[in-house]
Design a protein around this ligand. Structure first.
Ligand code: HEM
Length: 227
């Protein structure tokens, strides 16, 4: 029952919300399709949090994706023991970087009264979910070795079966609870994506990283701008 909920109900609900709500939000209120930058309220801590988070999590998600779209290639790559150890170590480093970044982003909002006033329930929920997601991934990577290999023979065929609308949960049903939690949180994050500022993920994350952050300028008395 719990397995069906996590591995069938949650992913398809998340997909339906993503496909249904995202275009609706885009078409009905284009101005909310943003990250609601708070850079003009605080920028120093933001830099450390956001840089660590994005550089860590984007590469980790690309690694997750590589297994789904290119399983044979990944299997060949990870078949070499040295490559496996190097890639798993890099993955762990990136996971820790992402977790560090997300914790900094959370503490930044906790410690600033001004930021607290522009932080809504959805922002708190999202930050905590992302922290739990990164932490549970790191736990799996450390205590269920070698995740990058068994992922290809269990989670990947399960995810393929989901995409074909013939879910085969037997691939993942026997996993420990922490893995199920990691998968459930992932689906929950996708489900919340269209309702939160995470929607910015859909407009080219690379451009988002490369662009200079929005710079707000206060207008002085003479109308001369300063940062
Ligand atoms: C929102 C989506 C997701 C995020 C943000 C995420 C994040 C992470 C992070 C940060 C790690 C730690 C990486 C490391 O330290 O090496 C990780 C590992 C892992 N994740 Fe995810 N994950 C997501 C979705 C999923 C899904 C849907 C599955 C499978 C159903 C999955 C399976 C795994 C596995 C097996 C590992 C261990 C990899 C290893 O041992 O190297 N993840 N994830």
């Amino acid at each position: 029952m719990l397995d069906t909920f996590i591995f069938v109900f949650l992913p398809y609900t998340a997909l339906a919300l993503l496909i249904g709500v995202t275009p609706y939000r885009y078409l009905t209120n284009r101005l909310t399709w943003t990250t609601y930058s708070t850079q003009f309220l605080e920028r120093d801590t933001l830099y450390w949090g956001i840089t660590s988070w994005h550089h860590g999590i984007i590469l980790i998600l690309l690694a997750h994706l590589a297994g789904i779209v290119w399983p044979q290639g990944m299997q060949r790559l990870l078949g070499n023991q040295q490559t496996l150890v190097v890639l798993e170590s890099i993955g762990l480093g990136l996971g820790l970087l992402a977790l560090f970044g997300c914790l900094v982003l959370l503490l930044r909002r906790v410690n600033s009264g001004m930021l607290g006033r522009v932080t809504f329930a959805a922002d708190w929920v999202l930050l905590y979910l992302l922290i739990f997601q990164a932490a549970s991934g790191i736990y799996v990577a450390i205590f269920m070795r070698w995740g990058s290999v068994w992922y290809l023979h269990t989670a990947v065929p399960y995810l393929h079966s989901l995409l074909l609308f013939r879910p085969q949960i037997e691939y993942v049903a026997d996993f420990p609870l922490v893995f199920k939690l990691h998968a459930a949180l992932a689906f929950l994050i996708v489900a919340l994506l269209p309702f939160t500022k995470l929607v910015h993920l859909l407009f080219l994350p690379c451009r988002f990283l490369a662009d200079p952050p929005i710079l707000y300028r206060w207008l002085g008395k003479g109308g001369v701008g300063r940062d």
